[in-house]
Ligand binder design. Sequence first.
Ligand code: IMP
Ligand code: MG
Length: 184
Amino acid sequence: MEIRNCDEFNKKIKRILISENEIKDKLKTAGKFINDSYDGTPILLVSILKGSFVFLADLCREISVPCEIGFMAAKSYYESTNSSGIVSITMDLQQDISKYSVFIIEDIIDTGRTLKDVIKLLKSRNPISLKVITLLDKPERRLVELNADLSLFTIPDHFVIGYGLDYGELYRNLPYIAEYDSEV
Ligand code: IMP
Ligand code: MG
């Protein structure tokens, strides 16, 4: 894909699936989920880069209990027949997570493979608890058994962009979630 001007850029935005206001409403639910879970154990929000950076930035401002923020980036490699891959951490957390209630903050669960590997890795570091909050969930595409503890929107099998999610590194800055048009 080569985008040469704004017209080409805009043409690929097929339709808005989830508006800014719909996202705002659900962020309150997610903030409450974290606030209600607080029992005095330190909370660490772990953002999986890059897709979740916008979600994390808005979500953390709906949280009113003490919480820390960490970032990690992961890539998974798979053999075609194997649904569990080798996860390679391209950027790791700085914190020792054994003192924390950890919340993984994810943009979208698609096949679920990357997140499954990340969960396995983080569990091996013995956090006090580990929960997953995802902005979007595409259950039709799942290849491994995996469910988020909180999923804000369930969507059909469309490729989506915006609010942190990209196509070819573009569109992360859209304030809403849209369907990407691969036809035009
Ligand atoms: P999976 O669950 O291991 O298949 O991979 C999920 C990752 O693929 C997500 O964290 C996204 O970065 C990316 N991804 C999956 N579906 C979409 C989509 O519809 N739009 C943009 N990125 C996607
Ligand atoms: Mg991601």
